[in-house]
Design a protein around this ligand. Structure first.
Ligand code: AAT
Length: 292
């Protein structure tokens, strides 16, 4: 990768955050892929600092350098709460990062990755090797369907459902933020089933954090928001929502399981302390979701 392009002699990527007054820009050293699918515009380019960047309709989905923060938090928080996760459904997440994290758990026998857009899967396979690294794993099945429809055919089947979706206002992401969808997820889960979803940033997308939390809460007995840093997502702080039929993300957490996790040395963000700390919410976030 060329590091020393003269200032001004490069292509520029600009992402506008919700509201349209603030955003993020990145130098594009090399464009690796650009395509228009049935659903969205798909781009992969290289940035000297962040490595390969994957964007949909000009919104950043993954950068090679910081995706670990998001994927580890979205996946390991529910995975470590379930006593023995065998069947996992990932909805969205076509870059493969969530799949890679889920397959680190030795109890997992089957992962279904339900990504609506085959062009995302192909772009990830060809240009995002660090996230799509498990795409040939025999435990993985990839389907190209709308997750909101796909999940409806299952009852009492999955131990873990992870919603790694685009923003509710972008592409086909809106389907994955409805009450009906969350109810269908509950129905597709086993008795000990656990669920996590990315639920936006509490700053530029603040309305959505509360909407998502309250809709998930109407579908599950236990619902808790947790947070993490995510450098290239709007505001740098990101919210996730944990839900379950009964397991509590703090009372039922066993830190020893994380300490003795075989793949512990591959975790760059998540650990047993972060797990607990991530459920402590700033006052303004509590207010947003209506718990204070
Ligand atoms: N892993 C981090 C990257 C993403 S990508 C989210 C994926 O969800 C996209 O590839 C998109 O095509 C897919 N998707 C959107 N709607 C649906 C749907 N209804 N069914 C199945 N897949 C869908 C997440 C980025 C997080 C947001 C950053 N602001």
């Amino acid at each position: 990768m060329e590091k020393n392009l003269e200032p001004g002699r490069h292509l520029l990527y600009m992402e506008w955050y919700t509201g349209g007054d603030v955003g993020l820009f990145m130098k594009m050293n090399r464009v690796l892929f650009s395509g228009q699918s049935e659903y969205q515009r798909v781009d992969v380019f290289e940035n000297p600092e962040l490595g390969r960047v994957f964007s949909l309709d000009g919104i950043t989905m993954t950068t090679e350098v910081d995706e670990f923060m998001y994927h580890e938090m979205l996946v390991h928080v529910p995975m470590f709460i379930h006593p023995n996760p065998k069947r996992v459904l990932i909805i969205g997440g076509g870059d493969g990062g969530s799949t890679r994290e889920a397959l680190k758990h030795p109890s997992v026998e089957e992962v279904i990755l339900c990504e609506i857009d085959p062009m995302v899967i192909e772009a990830a396979r060809n240009y995002l090797p660090t996230t799509s690294v498990e795409f040939n794993n025999p435990k993985l099945k990839i389907v190209n369907e709308n997750g909101a429809e796909y999940v409806k055919q299952f009852e009492n089947y999955f131990d873990v459902i992870i919603v790694d979706s685009t923003d509710p206002t972008a592409g086909e992401g809106g389907h994955l933020f409805t009450e009906d969808f969350y109810k269908a997820c509950n129905n597709a889960l086993t008795e000990n089933g656990v669920f996590s979803a990315e639920t936006e940033d509490p700053f530029y997308d603040r309305a959505w954090v509360g909407i998502a939390y309250n809709r998930i809460k109407s579908a599950f007995p236990i619902t808790k928001v947790y947070m993490g840093f995510m450098t290239t997502y709007p505001s740098g702080m990101w919210s996730y929502t944990f839900a379950s039929k009964g397991l509590d993300p703090l009372k039922d957490f066993d830190p020893e399981k994380v300490r003795s996790f075989e793949k512990r040395d591959t975790l760059k963000y998540y650990n047993e302390e972060i797990h607990v700390a991530s459920f402590a919410l700033p006052n303004f976030v509590k207010k947003l979701i209506g718990i204070e």
